[in-house]
Design a protein. Sequence first.
Length: 586
Amino acid sequence: MNKFYKNSQNRINIVTFIFIAAWSPIIIKLFYIQIIDHESATKKMIKNIASYVTIEGSRGIIYDKNSISLSQNINKYSLWVNSNDKDLKKESINKIALELSQSFKKDKSYYLNKLKKKSNYVLLEKNVSEKKKNTISKVYGLNMDKSISRYYPYQELASQLIGYTDQNNNGKIGIEAKFDQILSGSKVNKLLSNKKGIYSNHINNDISIKKGADITLTIDINIQTILQDELQQSMVKTGAKSANGVIIDPFSGNILAMASLPSIDLNNYQNYPISNQRNKVITDIYEPGSTYKIVTMAGKLELLNEYNNDEYYCENGKYLYYDKVFHDHEGHENLSLMGILSHSSNIGMVKIADEIGKNNIYKFTRLFGFGSPTGVPLIGENYGILKPTKKWSGISAPEIAIGQEIAINNLQLAMAYCALANGGFLIKPKIIDRIFFNDNNYFIEDTKVIRQVTSYQTSNKLLEMLRDAIINGTGQYANIQGFDIAGKTGTAQKVVDGKYSKDSFVSSFAAIFPSKNPKYVCIVSIDSADYSKGYHWAGVSVAPVIKNIFERIIHSNDVERYNNNQLIVQNSSDFKKKINSNTLWN
C-alpha cells in the first residue's frame, strides 16, 4: 500500500507540475495585465472596441490693424451614426435616412447604403451649418458633433494675402499658410464608443484644448477696399488681363493694402483657377521700365559733389549706343537732370549710365534692394533677376539704367520708393503688427532698417524731381488739386517668345503721397492693357488709378488735414528720432 501510495503521489506531483508549468505563463500574463500594466491594457482594449475623432482647439483669428476680423470661426456639424449600436433598430435607420434625404436633397438609398457598414462611426454629412442643423429633426441614433470651420467675411478682399484653410483646417497660401502652426489650436483625440462610461472612466478627460494665437496685420481693410476696387475698375476700363498693387507707410514699413487681381473668394476657393491664388505683388517679376530710373538718378546725385543744372543733349529722341538704338517717347534736345526724370528720357538715362559706369549702376541697384528678398514673411516671393557685372554685355549698363535687362517684383519697387520717401533708408516691409498667444503673451513686430541707401539731400532732391514729373511730365493725370503728389510712370514691353512685344506691356505707376512729409507709397501695375486704345501708356491708364486711390483716401476718415489741405504726418519725426538713436538698425 505504501508503494501504491508513493506511486500515486508521484503521479499527482507530476500532473501538478505539468499543470503549473502549462498555466504559469498565462497566470503571469494575467497578473501583469491586471496589476502592473492595467492602464495600458485597458487602453488597448478600448482601442479594439471603440473609435476616435480628433478635437482641435479653435483657430486663431486674423485681424486688420483696426481689430476688424478678416477671418472668423463658425460652428459646423458632422452627422454620424454608430451602426454597431444594438438598440439602433431598422425603423430608426429608415427615419435617419428619410430625414437626411429631405434636408440635403439626396436619395434615401444614399444614406441607407452608408448605414449598411458596421462601424462605431459612420459619417453621413459633414460641414453642416448651424442653420441647416437646426432644421433637422432629432432621431434616435443620429449624432451631431460640433466643429469649428473657417469663414472669411470679406471674401475676395486681400484674398491671396490672407489665405484660406482646407477641409482639414490646414492653412493654404498667405498668412494662413505661413503662420499655420501659430494659428492652429492644440489637438486631442476624443473617444467614441457604444459602451457607456468608457470615455469618462478610462480616458483622461481633463486635457485642456488650447486655441490658436490671434494675429493682427498691418492691413487697413478700408484702404484695402479702395485699392482693390480701383484695380478692378482699371481692368474693366483698359481691358487688362491682371492688375496688382500695394500701399505702404514709408516710415514704419507697414503694408496697408496689398491686392492682386483676378482674386478668389476665400469661402469658395475650389471654384477658382489655381493661378488666381498667386500674390502677384511678390510672386510675379517683370522688367520695370521707367519706374526704375530713380535708381540710376540716385546714383548720379550721390556721386555729385553738389547738385547742378547741367543739361544733356537727348538727340531728339533717337540715339545709337554700341549696337543698339535707344528711343524716347518724345524727341528732346537739351534736358536737365530734373527734365530727364520728369520726361522719362531713355537717352538722357543712357548718357548718365555711361557717365557713372556699370559698377555704380550695379552698386545702387543692390543698395535699393533689387535682386534680394525684401524680408516680408510671406510664401512665394520671387527675388527677381540681376546678373553679376561679369555677365553684362556692352549695353547692359544703359539697359538696366532704363529698367530693362533686370526683373523685379512690385514689393521690391515699393520699398525702393519708401527709401526716397523716408530720407534714404531701405526698411523691411511689415505685414504682421502683433501676435497674441493664448497664455497672454504677445509679440510685436518692430520697424527694421536694413541700410542707408542715399543721403537725405539725395532723397529730397529725387522727391522734387518726382513732383515735377506729376506737374510737367508723364504723370500729370495723377495730379490732385490742392495736394502734392510725387511719382513716376513706367511703360515696359513684355518679353514674348524671347523678344520684346510690340503690343503687350506692363504699365506701372510708383507714387509718394504727399511729397512733403510722405505718408503713403503706392505701386500699381496692370498687365496687357488694350494697346489699340493707347491704354498701354502708364500715364494714360495707371496715373488716373493713383489719383482715384488717393482722392478716396483723402475723403475717408483715415487722414486728418490742416486748413491748407496739407496732411498731418506724425510718424516722420518719430522715424528720424529712432534713426538718430540707432534703435532700428538690424
